[in-house]
Design a protein around this ligand. Sequence first.
Ligand code: GLC
Ligand code: GLC
Length: 827
Amino acid sequence: MRYGHFDDEAREYVITTPNTPYPWINYLGSEQFFSLLSHQAGGYSFYRDAKMRRLTRYRYNNIPSDAGGRYFYINDGGDVWTPSWMPVKAELDHFECRHGLGYSRITGERRGLRVESLFFVPMGENAEVQKVTLTNTSDAAKSFTLFSFVEFCLWNAQDDQTNYQRNLSIGEVEVEPFNGTSSAIYHKTEYRERRDHYAVYAVNAEAAGFDTDRDTFVGAYNSLGEAAVPFAGRSADSVASGWYPIGSHSLEITLEPGASTSYTFVLGYIENPVEEKWAPADEAAGIKALQVINKTRAHELLARFATTEQTDAAFEALAAYWTELLSGYSVTSGDEKLDRMVNVWNQYQCMVTFNMSRSASYFETGIGRGMGFRDSNQDLLGFVHLVPERARERILDIAATQFPDGSAYHQYQPLTKRGNDDIGSGFNDDPLWLILGVAAYIKETGDFGILDEPVPFDNDESTAASLFEHLSRSFTFTVDNLGPHGLPLIGRADWNDCLNLSCFSTEPGESFQTTENQAGGVAESVFIATMFVHIGPEYAELAERRGQTDVAASARAAIEKVRAATLEHGWDGEWFLRAYDFYGNKIGTDEKPEGKIWIEPQGFAVMAGIGTEVPADGGRSVAVRALDSVKAMLGTDHGLMLQHPAYTSYQVELGEVSTYPPGYKENGGIFCHNNPWVIIAETIVGRGAQAFDYYKRITPAYREDISDVHKLEPYVYAQMIAGKEAVRHGEAKNSWLTGTAAWCFVAVSQHLLGVRTGYDALIVDPCIGPEVPQFTVRRRARGATYEITVHNTGGKGARLTVDGTPIEGNAIPYAPAGSTVRVEVEV
Ligand code: GLC
Ligand code: GLC
């Protein structure tokens, strides 16, 4: 069952009913100002950091769910309704929400009045713009009142939800005298003291009235669906003092039959230099010193959206921005689901994960985690081709949270760019992901110079060393932290945050990741070993290119040792082991009744080329045996499970992984992030059909028809789909913010379709099976454009003709910027 459809031409997903199984959201903004917006106008906005600079309030875990957002109420002769359906939930004659690239358009119609709200964050602005277009679709004139509504958050979203004894006394607003061109409400809580930022919510028209006090607007004991002011039909012109500041305007509108009118509302974030915080004292105007905020910057912002034409131009600029961004990689394959994922939605989600890391979604409150070290590095893999300059900045920020011994803060706050002490370090996979992210960036851009950038350790400028030195410490950290089998020590956890082999927690509520680890642990991770063998060679290659041949040689020797240790101590017979626990016992072995096989090392080992040699007798390689075991034991129609059988009881020596009921999350869930590793691995052993089949199982456009089962947005990946042993097999959770986005883009663009950047050449190496007989990829790289048409019989081992000349191998040296290269491929 579906709840809408894709509009590929418009690059939109069109939701045609408010009653989706869960709020289906979109993200507005891709620079500094962000909004989460559901199909029923729920959500919130923030500036840069969802915890520290939250503009509007949202209540997670609320009843009814998704109540709280930016709402427009209509009072049409006493009939009160909201075009986004929520919160009044009056029946609509027509409903539609179009989620597009950085914007959403929600249209509701009732009793001859159509209201379309277009929400977007314009490029270069720290503001959400809301263009509201009202059309009289009846055959009689209509007079009605439109009310806007946002609820302000008192900036620090965590404090806002906890510190009522203070917060209910500090709320302050200003309301601008209505001067005929714009009506503005300013939220300035804490501006009197240490904040130099405020929010403005304005409309480009003279409002009939306003409200800034929530209790007045909503009415005591009412829900937003029963808000007093819209039902009364008149603003109360309330001025908040403490309690709960909001912003609401009312506009009295008359429309002839068929007529239509538009307004632009702007919700903006303004920061003033400290010395310019206040409006100068002016006795005649009644302005006392240090009391009235300096609104110059707000006025400038509002002036940029004073007319509908200006708003429309900003909207067009946003569309053009996305057209340009997405032109870096596109495919025409004849499979519309594949095309829409590759060309639009997967790349779009990569932008969102790059911006948000794992901070703010409908499953992440924006107050928990900042930017993850491992997560952000992986997000780069799907992002470097979109805005390389921002990838560069991110790499330097991430590296600056590394410690001198190569280990790293697991997370940092985007506003301060400082490592997060609450969680600290000790996740021993973290350092290696930095090498992978940097390598991807250099392959995309050719910017080897980034390796010479000075970057501090732990943000202490006096310790600055080259980025290359940071990579050396990353690499060396693994070499310096090997356990008894010559495999890397796991620390608090590796990629799998829930495999906590040293924490032995028996205290309810304690964090499995940060609680004190038991001393003397020698738990080892086969997964980190496979990572090291896969990622280490990038480090060796970079060292070599810097002329450090001895460094490269010793790095390669270290890698070979870990490769050998993985084959010797990390192989269970039909698949790779997962780890050795605190006591040196195997995890992920056929010898145990539960958790026999884990997915992570299988995919990554093959990506690393461990065991890919075909044996002399022509039988199955170690790699193929591992992948066959994955298929047999972890395969489901909804994707590949993380491990099997799931744990049925808590195992103190394993940690959080065994806390989840079987089939959910890391305990036997389909944890989508690692599925693309197996997809890539299948292409490496030449099984494109199997790889493409796995891809389709988790890719949302292919799951659209089962939206009632899947439950979440059919246009973006979710972190997890419940596994076979779960009560609700096939149901997804945690959409949007997941490493699945970047890795699936890598899998499909670089391995299934097979076009990837190398250090000196573009590599064309498709392996997708016979289902897609012909496709054309357009790839921009280093300023040149490549049009690559693949005639595909389903195998592997492409034969290339470049501008009419057959070439040896699959690497096309980069062409001069500005040129177009035509490539014909037979595979
Ligand atoms: C979450 C975390 C990520 C981790 C994964 C597996 O997605 O953000 O860092 O690797 O879970 O535990
Ligand atoms: C990851 C895991 C989650 C775990 C969390 C701890 O997000 O997916 O299960 O609780 O990390 O930080």
